[in-house]
Design a protein around this ligand. Structure first.
Ligand code: FAD
Length: 480
């Protein structure tokens, strides 16, 4: 028998349940990737994600070739392509790992129904999550909206599980692809940028399963120990940087937990890190139960929030380009543009500035992140933005407005992060690195900084805009 293995966001060979099932249940396996961006509706891959996808598909193809097989690439409507492949190969079964974005769930359900009616055995599997979004419910049978009880529950479930120790290796050898199958070259998908803006991405990342492994090793060999504290320091590589690998399924959270257990890392050392994986699960659970949230606030009060009116384009553009005149924000936005990633602490700071001080809608920020992040992920991005804007589940209350100067002084005390990404400020002393507008003119001149020329003057007054944001919040606070 022949089975199709439809690879989507599970771009790995180790710990891949659909691959495992297909190998166990059939004699021949045909791994296929179908390029059908329209099927993701308004959430097609952004530019940075396309770059990653290209590299990751290439790595996956290599891994499959090393095992005697290869990745078949096709383009077109998924159902039509699958039907065509069934005719060409005589496949009687189809395996895939589940995705959880609303448009993809709808597509996959329709495909399952159609192909089953045509006599094809369709099986979907869980490769991405520690717990399916429908598995854990509150005592009242509702989805969780508060993180801490969710995490307590998930953690208790994980402690009971006995499948978190083996690493589930990739199969050693696979059947070759049948020869006359039409194969699109990866280049035909046009995923790579037309203009070469991707040097920063290339310098920072190694997409694919081996790259994910290497990043995990790096993290477990050191940074996991001080993670509970160092995770907030943006100038250090203190976090795992696994987010794009997790997004594309080059590594599974199960593999990560298994590696932590294998090394005998103490539970209390691992907990702060595992809790972040818990946030990822929580976000997927929210997206699944509240599928409108990528564009609408979870808290309906915020539907009428008085965002700034008038010509907001210049403010948005200054934020996007890292030219707000607020150093920690500009450093973050430039890190994002250059490397396709931004440190979590700084994501929260730039999101607060956008949604509170600039009073621009969180959806505009989420869209920019979607296009520029290599880890752009509908569940995590939606949750991150709604949390920051104060309108999501278990959100920071809207009135808690980050002061970016104090945040900078606390988490980038010596200004190392700002100096790296805003080199025009590098010579300023620590005292003014997070608020150059407070420095005496003579000192600025001495350090070679002309505000408004070498580096922007702040585009917003932090104190006034804070008061305006609170007044705007008062307008929606009482409504429901
Ligand atoms: P680590 O600290 O090493 O954490 C390990 C893993 O846990 C991460 O790889 C990620 O998968 C998960 N994780 C960590 N923090 C969170 C969180 N707050 N919410 C959900 N999952 C989390 N993360 C994305 O993966 N994609 C996004 O599009 C995204 N957009 C965000 C937007 C905003 C405004 C904010 C505030 C956060 C966003 N995050 C997003 C969450 C978080 O910033 C990143 O997951 C994290 O910075 C990735 O770095 P890391 O892999 O080194 O994280």
């Amino acid at each position: 028998t022949t089975a199709l293995l439809w690879l989507r966001r599970d771009l790995r060979l180790g710990d891949n349940p659909a691959l495992r099932a297909a190998v166990a249940q059939s004699e021949r396996l045909i791994p296929v990737y179908i390029h059908a961006p329209e099927e993701e509706a308004q959430w097609q891959h952004g530019a940075a994600s396309r770059w990653w996808l290209h590299q990751s598909l290439s790595a996956l193809d290599q891994g499959l070739r090393q095992r005697g097989s290869g990745l078949l690439i096709r383009r077109g409507e998924s159902l039509a392509v699958l039907r065509q492949l069934i005719v060409e190969t005589g496949a009687t079964a189809l395996h895939w790992n589940r995705c959880y974005e609303p448009a993809v769930i709808a597509r996959d359900s329709a495909i399952k129904q159609a192909l089953r009616a045509e006599g094809i055995r369709c099986s979907s599997h869980n490769a991405a999550l520690l717990s399916e979004p429908w598995e854990l419910k509150t005592g009242a049978g509702e989805p969780y909206r508060v993180f801490t009880p969710y995490w307590r529950r998930l953690r208790a479930e994980l402690l009971k599980r006995d499948d978190l120790t083996d690493q589930s290796a990739a199969p050693d050898a696979l059947q070759p692809l049948p020869t006359p199958l039409e194969q699109l070259p990866l280049e035909a998908l046009d995923l790579r940028p037309q203009i070469p803006w991707d040097q920063g991405l290339q310098a920072n990342w190694q997409p694919g399963e081996a790259g994910a492994r290497a990043e995990l090793e790096r993290f477990l060999n050191g940074p996991i120990e001080p993670y509970h504290e160092a995770r907030d320091w943006p100038f250090e590589r203190g976090t795992s940087r696994l987010s794009p690998h997790l997004h594309f399924g080059e590594i599974s959270p199960r593999q990560i937990l298994a590696a932590i257990r294998d090394r005998g890392i103490a539970a209390e050392v691992a907990e702060p890190f595992e809790r972040e994986l818990g946030w990822r699960e929580f976000s997927y659970q929210l997206l699944y139960h509240f599928p409108h949230t990528p564009s609408e606030p979870l808290n309906p009060r915020f539907a009428d929030f008085p965002w700034r009116s008038g010509d907001t384009e210049p403010l948005l553009r200054a934020w996007q380009r890292g030219r707000t005149g607020i150093p920690i924000v500009d450093a973050g936005m430039r890190e994002l543009w250059h490397s396709g990633w931004m440190h979590n602490r700084v994501r929260m700071i730039v999101a607060s500035l956008l949604t509170k001080n600039l009073r621009l809608p969180w959806q505009a920020g989420a869209r920019w992140f979607w296009d520029t992040l290599v880890d752009a992920d509908l569940a995590n991005n939606t949750q991150g933005w709604q949390w920051s804007a104060g309108c999501g589940a278990d959100a920071a209350p809207y009135f808690r407005i980050f002061n970016p100067v104090l945040q900078g002084e606390r988490f980038d005390t010596k200004g190392l992060y700002v100096r790296r990404w805003c080199p025009e400020l590098a010579r300023l002393p620590d005292r003014f690195i997070h608020q150059p507008w407070q420095a005496p003119a003579s000192l600025l001149a001495q350090c070679g900084v002309r505000l408004g020329r070498d580096y922007p003057a702040p585009i917003v007054d932090l104190k006034e805009s804070r008061a305006e944001a609170l007044a705007a919040y008062d307008q929606v606070k009482g409504s429901s």
